[in-house]
Design a protein around this ligand. Sequence first.
Ligand SMILES: NC(=O)c1ccc[n+]([C@@H]2O[C@H](COP(=O)([O-])OP(=O)(O)OC[C@H]3O[C@@H](n4cnc5c(N)ncnc54)[C@H](O)[C@@H]3O)[C@@H](O)[C@H]2O)c1
Length: 459
Amino acid sequence: MRVCVIGTGYVGLVTGVSLSHIGHDVICIDNNEEKVKLMQSGQSPIFEPGLSELMQSSMEAGRLSFSSDLAAGVAHGDILFIAVGTPPLPTGESDTRYVEAVARGIGEHLNGGYKVIVNKSTVPIGSGDWVRMIVMDGISERQQVPVGVGAPAAKPEDPMFDVVSNPEFLREGSAVYDTFNPDRIVLGGSNPKAIAMMKELYEPIVERQFAEDKDAPQVPILVTDLSSAEMVKYASNAFLATKISFINEVANICDRVGADVVQVAQGIGLDSRIGSKFLQAGIGWGGSCFPKDVSALLHTADDYGYEAQLLRATIDVNTRQRLLSLEKLQQMLKILKGKTVGLLGLTFKPDTDDMRDAPSLILIEHLNRLGAKVKAYDPIVSQSGMRNGMTGVIVETDVERLADGCDALVLVTDWQQFKDLDYGKMAQLMTTPNMIDGRNFLDRKTLEEAGFTYSGVGH
Ligand SMILES: NC(=O)c1ccc[n+]([C@@H]2O[C@H](COP(=O)([O-])OP(=O)(O)OC[C@H]3O[C@@H](n4cnc5c(N)ncnc54)[C@H](O)[C@@H]3O)[C@@H](O)[C@H]2O)c1
């Protein structure tokens, strides 16, 4: 099928690359010219395991191209994905101006046969109908163009498109894997023709042709109305964030009563009604999705006169949890002014280069305010141009330079390579070998044998 993906960030690029890999003819559009040039040269602007390889092979096969020409993209695709960002506004609402610009642009260029416009961006509930309206506005605006100028006019009373909501559930760090091995595909829309086209698009994935386990049962497709599909996305993220905030609250109680949250989480997680995932206590959730999606859902509830107390508590617990390592540092070092703190990891989770709303940023800000010197090492940030873009922190190029002269280390991101560092050597380089394990990721015994004073989260 002919597909156009508009917005080539973490979601759009992975979607475009994956759909071309399974055989579709895909053009990816972005209005960032620099990014487009980079992708046209076969390079991925983001770090995501496995993405570059698939991108290059699909480009070589002639099934994947990149452009900043929206008109060309709209003309190419029978299915048009909107995958631009919906970042949070200071009020907690989603900033939908990028979606709006794309929807209007699609309307202005819509021509010819029937198209399915797919909302892949996480958009506030009700946005499906709103996108439809904006596309229609775009069509009308084009009709105002005098005869003989621009593309021939379309008839707004005779729409040639449908809007489908197709929320994305991929996790950064395993986005390619998740795309080929999804738990479910959600399609929100009312026109059976549009839904049928979406089912055809995803058929190879549904049939597990590209899955790790090709014998696994087919991927369930859930067809809903537009608003319900949009709500599935928000409710999924809100539930996962709540689960983490819940175990963090339990961890804080464990810390006070002398229980171990790692053992407690194991005991809870073995209950099949609960499950073990998202029960790892730590210094809070971050990233580009949970904070903004939980806030947006809270805001929507508020708009409709409902006080979502559980969502509010989920956010409040997380806000406090992000400062937990600071409290622990103060307990260990007392005055932080003039002390040097080293951060192991900067990204909000391992295997990504995404720094949006990373817990490390809050920590850096507070440590700076308290007069501490902050150093950091991150497997991606330290080795890339991102290193120079960080403020308030010295980004070291290896862990020994990081440890050198530190009064304490805080493990912020559970990068796999942090499991087996030479902690004995690092302890010797530090002024005082203290370790706050913000993800309960390291082995306490190993650290203590290496000479560290170890503190976990409820552990
Ligand atoms: N990142 C995730 O893990 C994830 C997971 C699920 C859902 N989502 C949702 O998917 C959406 C996209 O997220 P992301 O992380 O990929 O965003 P991103 O910021 O990484 O990428 C957005 C891209 O859109 C481009 N863009 C902006 N305006 C444009 C325009 N008018 N025309 C063409 N391109 C334009 C930007 O240049 C950028 O490349 C968001 O709504 C997000 O909530 C993200």
